[in-house]
Design a protein around this ligand. Structure first.
Ligand code: ADP
Ligand code: MG
Length: 624
């Protein structure tokens, strides 16, 4: 038997290094923690500056309360915090930080310079640390507030350094962390500078609409609707996109709970449920939703980076988000129907300033927000009483269904319902023998622009033309036998995927090239697509790329399963569509490939062809 060595307590530095691994994953997490400290310090202005993706240099400056000279060293000790005294305080955290871990963790893996001066103090203090060790401390003349400079992140942990992505990817990670922070606190003016270039600057006027506008610009904000709902314990306010302005992925979905950016499946599920049946598949609503939950109804201490929370009642927050979004969509539709152009957050540059003017809207000439903001109360209440049953069903079904990987759903009980063969066992439908000769095959025609009807030997076959074509593509991609035939686009398609996704795609440009896509960088949150696979429709370019991003975000191209998912998606988009008419030659070629046994299931596991034998037909017609 193996014998473990004697047990010792870890020394503080090693413990800090281990903790650092949880709190500080990459430059983005450093910037997030430092910005949160600045917000907690009561700052009204925060400036964030980074170079080379933050790996060599990150600076966060605030005009907050500063740190007293006698406290500066303590601030860098593990579990040192001014924000929490006893365990009872954990129930009602009013600050973003409370774990007292961030500064210790960041210091353990970088070189730090701190400059801070307390409000009203005659002078400030400067402190330097390296790999968690104090180097120097001295009085310093500096403005009120705090500046922290973090250099050479992970210089003393080479193993972690290896996990860093390109500067470009890290840099966009930082940009999105800074953006989330800025968006979560519209009362703070945040300026973000990347490699010497100013990237965004929020006004800090406490208005969510002006904050959103300064971060996302006109195109995104023009498609937003006001959303709100409230009950005793949860209130929701903010914006959701009009269904017509939905995005190709979820990177524009932002949820904030009590001022914290939060990732939450339950919130995402509620939002997307509200949009059900208003969006085609592959389109996702955008949102910036600010949720206020009474202390005690939300636990923020469940994740080291505090990006997840636990709600006392998932159902209650689901309700809040669902009603807020649903109400916004209904109102948007109603107002559009009534011919009002100034509904909610939606703006029309030519008409702004003219309409009834009850909604917050952008004045095109001045580029300024005009106050207003209609009350959603009446519309929401009537909606609530009308739809309550439907809503309850939605809630009850959501947990189980929404996040199942749709592509792996191979539920064989969901076979196409063809009345005439309803008695046949499922196995018979997808399982057919390999035919070597298909000469006797006769294509009778096509039904519903979807199913090829084939007579073959003593059976009639229905072939799902899309599923069959998709499978053929998928197999070719997977076997490497796919020669990407690209079509060059006359004008490049600009896909605004968000910073992180754009960077992700550019990193995988070679893999995309193999699939037939040529992408180039276009600003920092978009890519220009110059070529796409020959069989993909131009309107599918952006949805395809955002699906690839989603897969890459999950670790995609590195795993065979991830690559399969990408192949499936391309195969699906490249395949002839059900519902569109095809030529006789196309139908025959497809039918031959299916009947020769080349394909039996689509890549998603649905059957490609179903057989009605003469015997089955005869039996159904009571001939035998
Ligand atoms: P936490 O935020 O969880 O308290 P940190 O390690 O992030 O832990 O910070 C430790 C302490 O240092 C804070 O509690 C706060 O008192 C002080 N501090 C950190 N950053 C700032 C800042 N920008 N302005 C004022 N005080 C700060
Ligand atoms: Mg903190």
């Amino acid at each position: 038997m193996r014998c473990l060595p004697k047990i010792f307590e870890l020394d503080a530095h090693v413990a800090d290094l281990i903790a650092a691994g949880e709190v500080v994953e990459r430059p983005a997490s450093v910037v997030k923690e430092l910005m949160e400290n600045s917000i907690d310090s009561g700052a009204g202005i925060i400036t964030v500056e980074i170079t080379s993706g933050g790996m060599t240099y990150m600076r966060v400056t605030d005009n907050g309360c500063g740190i007293a000279p006698e406290d500066v060293k303590t601030a860098f000790l593990r579990h040192a915090t001014s924000k929490l005294r006893g365990a009872e305080g954990l129930e009602s955290i009013g600050t973003l930080g409370f774990r007292g871990e961030a500064l210790a963790a960041i210091a353990a893996v970088s070189r730090i310079e701190l400059l801070t001066r307390e409000t009203g103090a005659a002078e400030g203090v400067s402190l330097t640390l390296e790999a968690g060790e104090f180097r120097a401390m001295s009085p310093a003349g500096c403005p009120e507030g705090t500046t922290i400079i973090v250099r050479d992140l992970f210089f003393n942990t080479p193993a972690r350094l290896k996990f860093m992505k390109s500067d470009r990817a890290e840099s966009s990670g930082v940009a999105s962390a800074a953006l989330r922070c800025a968006l979560s606190h519209p009362e703070v003016s945040v300026r973000f500078i990347r490699d010497g270039k100013p990237e965004f600057h929020t006004p800090g006027d406490s208005r969510t609409d002006s904050c959103v506008y300064s971060l996302f610009g006109r195109e995104i904000t023009a498609g937003l609707l006001n959303a709100e709902s409230s009950d005793e314990r949860i209130s929701v306010a903010g914006f959701v996109s009009d269904p017509s302005a939905a995005r190709g992925n979820r990177s524009y979905q932002f949820f904030f709970v009590n001022g914290r950016p939060i990732r939450s499946l339950i919130l995402q599920a509620a939002l997307e449920k509200a949009f059900e049946n208003t969006l085609p598949s592959g389109r996702f609503p955008a949102c910036m939703l600010y949720i206020t939950a009474s202390p005690g109804s939300v636990d923020v201490n469940v994740h080291p980076a505090k990006t997840e929370v636990k709600f006392a009642s998932d159902k209650q927050v689901f309700d809040g988000v669902y009603y807020a979004a649903r109400g916004a969509i209904e109102r948007g539709a109603a107002e559009r129907g009534a011919g009002a152009d100034d509904a909610g957050f939606r703006t029309r540059s030519t008409e702004s300033g003219s309409g009834a003017g009850t909604a917050a809207h952008l004045n095109a000439e001045g580029g300024k927000w005009e106050p207003g903001g209609r009350s959603a109360g009446a519309a929401r209440d009537s909606f609530k009483s009308m739809q309550i049953d439907e809503y309850r069903r939605a809630y009850n079904s959501i947990d189980k269904n929404l996040y199942k990987d749709k592509t792996s759903n191979t539920n064989s009980s969901q076979l196409p319902s063809v009345g005439i063969i309803s008695e046949s066992p499922a196995s018979q439908l997808s399982n057919f023998s390999i035919y070597t000769s298909v000469d006797q095959l006769r294509v009778i025609g096509e039904a519903l622009n979807t199913y090829i009807i084939v007579e073959y030997r003593s059976s009639v076959w229905l072939i799902d033309k899309h599923a069959a074509h998709e499978r053929i593509h998928f197999d070719a991609l997977k076997s490497g036998g796919f020669e990407p035939m690209s079509q060059a686009l006359i004008a490049p398609v600009i896909c605004r995927l968000g910073r992180e996704d754009a960077a992700l795609l550019l990193e995988e440009a070679d893999m995309l090239e193999n699939l037939g896509f040529t992408v180039e960088s276009f600003g920092d949150d978009a890519v220009a697509v110059r070529r796409i696979p020959a069989e993909i429709d131009i309107s599918d370019a952006e949805p395809a790329l955002s699906e690839i991003c989603a897969e890459l975000g999950r670790g995609g191209a590195a795993s065979p399963a991830g690559l399969d998912n990408i192949y499936k998606m391309i195969a699906c988009k490249a395949a002839i569509k059900a519902g569109k008419s095809s030529t006789a030659a196309e139908l025959e070629a497809l039918a031959k490939r299916v009947m020769s046994g080349e394909v039996s299931q689509c890549p998603h596991g649905r059957p490609v062809a179903i057989e009605m034998t003469k015997a089955m037909l005869d039996k159904s017609f009571k001939r035998i």
